[in-house]
Each structure stands twice: as structure tokens, then as C-alpha cells.
Design a protein around this ligand. Structure first.
Ligand SMILES: Nc1ncnc2c1ncn2[C@@H]1O[C@H](COP(=O)(O)OP(=O)(O)OP(=O)(O)O)[C@@H](O)[C@H]1O
Ligand SMILES: [Mg+2]
Length: 274
């Protein structure tokens, strides 16, 4: 199993879009996939039709005792709750742990144990049930992003054609670099999304990304209505009939497979060094 987290600041750089569309392609390939919505704004959960007041990851942290801010955590209770919060989605082989309405409170709390989410996923047996875990993060939520990073094997950052997207991705890469002293989180690079290279501003941002990231740019997805629609409507991009959608879906599929490979390599190196 490979756990992947998406990083970058708040504000529409297509974090949720990448996690959700990659889950769609994993579904088409029959890879058992779990999306974990770790953003209190719960956009991924909403995409799958989960009502705003529903329970979810917030309740898992609560059950584990994380909100009391004590060191006395109950991993078993949290793991049991995690199992109960897993929902089926409309996509075959894709399940979802929604954010839950109480995740905002968790984001405010200082979670002492940075490994908590990883321990909970492990104890709940997630790694034997899924080939891929995709953790969606919001940008602003410090302790939740840290939880996602410690729970993940691989991290990447999307870059949208907005003024500070490159800077946010650089920050994400730095954050990964800093955590690597404590946890071998792999940096899988950046993906560019929503670019129209005929537009001067987009071209300039693309050029800036190329200078900063070079061959760490792992995919470039042009701005296309079909990408936006598939994301909005909760459709698997590769199911769309037209050639353009199929070609675009391949970009999401290939990067998803690359992330899985990166994750399994880091498994192997951990085993080798153990
Ligand atoms: N290749 C593309 N073609 C068309 N639209 C795109 C493309 N890439 C991204 N977008 C649009 O950009 C937006 C990205 O939104 P998304 O919710 O994924 O951002 P986010 O980084 O998760 O935001 P937040 O920080 O609020 O969580 C979507 O509305 C999506 O339709
Ligand atoms: Mg999002």
C-alpha cells in the first residue's frame, strides 16, 4: 500500500482535483483506493455527496482522545471508529473517509502525537485492504497537514496558473525536506494543472515553474472544460467518451501509478535498512 498526500497552501491550486481524479483512474484500473479527507472544508467529501453534518475523520481523532490534548491516546478506540467511518463511493474500488463536521475543531487543537493518523490507519488494517490511500489536505491547517505528512509515504504539490502557486509548491518541497529527518516521506515533484500556454501570464508561471523545478515537473495538464466537469460532476475522467478526455485521463493515471511506484520503492528501502 502506498499513502499519498497532496501539499500546498490554501486556495484552489487543484489539490482536491488531483486526488479525486487520480482516485477515478485507480478505480478504472481496479486498484482498491481509500480517499481520506483531511481538509476541514471537506471539499472531497462533498464531491462524493457526503452531507455537511455527517461524521468522519474528526470523530476518529476525537475517539482516539486527541482533542483532550493529553498524551493518553486510545489508538484502539480511534482505529475502531476509523473502520466505522469508511464509506463506499459511487466508484468501484474507491472508499472514502469523509472529513466530518468536527474536523475543524481537530484542526484548531494542537495534536501532540504527529504519528497519530499513521498509527490509526495501521491499526485499522488499512494497508492490507487498500493498494492506495490518497489524503486530501487543506492549506491552512497546520496540525492536520503534519498528520497527513507523517501518515504518507509520498508527497507532491500541484501548481495552478496563479501568482503565488510556484511559491506555495516551493514551500511544500521545503516542508517535505524538513520532515525527512524524522520520517522518510518521498518528494514526488509537482504537477501543473489548468494552464493555457497561449496566455502570457500562464506561460510566465510555467517558465518560473520550469526554472524552479526542472524535471520535478511530472505532468502538465492543460485547462480543459472536461477536466473541470468530471471533477464537478464526480465522474471518472477516463469514462468520458471523447478522445481528449481519454488522453487527459492518461496524465492522471500515469502520475498515480508513478506515485505508487515511488511509495513501494520507499517500502523496499525501509526494509533494506531495517
Ligand atoms: N486542467 C484543468 N482544467 C480545467 N479546470 C481545472 C484544471 N485544473 C484545475 N482546474 C480547476 O481549478 C479548481 C481547483 O480546485 P480544487 O478544489 O481542486 O483546489 P484546491 O487546491 O483543493 O483548493 P483548496 O485549497 O480550497 O482545498 C477547480 O475548480 C478545477 O475545475
Ligand atoms: Mg481542496
Amino acid at each position: 500500500m502506498t499513502a499519498v498526500t497532496v501539499l500546498s497552501g490554501k486556495g484552489g491550486v487543484a489539490k482536491t482535483l488531483w486526488q479525486v481524479l487520480m482516485a477515478g483512474e485507480a478505480s478504472r484500473l481496479g486498484i482498491p483506493t481509500l480517499i481520506v479527507d483531511a481538509d476541514p472544508e471537506r471539499n472531497a467529501s462533498t464531491k462524493f455527496g457526503v452531507p455537511a453534518q455527517s461524521s468522519g475523520l474528526g470523530d476518529v481523532f476525537e475517539a482516539a482522545g486527541a482533542l483532550e490534548g493529553s498524551a493518553e491516546l486510545d489508538i484502539d478506540a480511534g482505529a475502531e471508529r476509523l473502520g466505522e467511518e469508511v464509506l463506499d463511493t459511487q466508484w468501484e474500488d474507491v472508499d472514502l473517509v469523509p472529513a466530518g463536521s468536527s474536523l475543524g475543531a481537530v484542526a484548531q487543537a494542537s495534536l501532540i502525537d504527529t504519528w497519530l493518523l499513521r498509527d490509526l490507519l495501521e491499526r485499522a488494517g488499512i494497508s492490507s485492504s487498500y493498494g492506495l490511500v490518497l489524503i486530501d489536505t487543506g492549506g491552512r491547517t497546520g496540525s492536520l497537514v503534519a498528520q497527513a505528512m507523517y501518515a504518507a509515504d509520498v508527497a507532491y504539490a500541484p501548481i495552478a496558473p496563479t501568482r503565488d502557486a510556484v511559491r506555495k509548491a516551493l514551500e511544500a518541497r521545503n516542508r517535505v525536506g524538513r520532515i525527512q529527518r524524522a520520517h522518510p516521506l518521498k518528494w514526488a515533484g509537482v504537477v501543473l494543472s489548468g494552464f493555457d500556454l497561449r496566455v502570457g501570464m500562464d506561460e510566465a508561471i510555467y517558465e518560473e515553474a520550469r526554472q524552479e523545478f526542472g524535471d520535478e515537473i511530472r505532468a502538465v495538464v492543460p485547462r480543459r472544460a472536461t477536466v473541470h466537469e468530471a471533477f464537478q460532476l464526480g465522474e471518472r475522467l477516463g469514462d468520458r467518451r471523447d478522445v481528449s478526455s481519454s488522453n487527459l485521463a492518461v496524465l492522471f493515471r500515469d502520475f498515480m501509478l508513478e506515485l505508487r511506484r515511488a511509495g513501494s520503492e520507499s517500502d523496499a528501502s525501509t526494509e533494506a535498512s531495517a
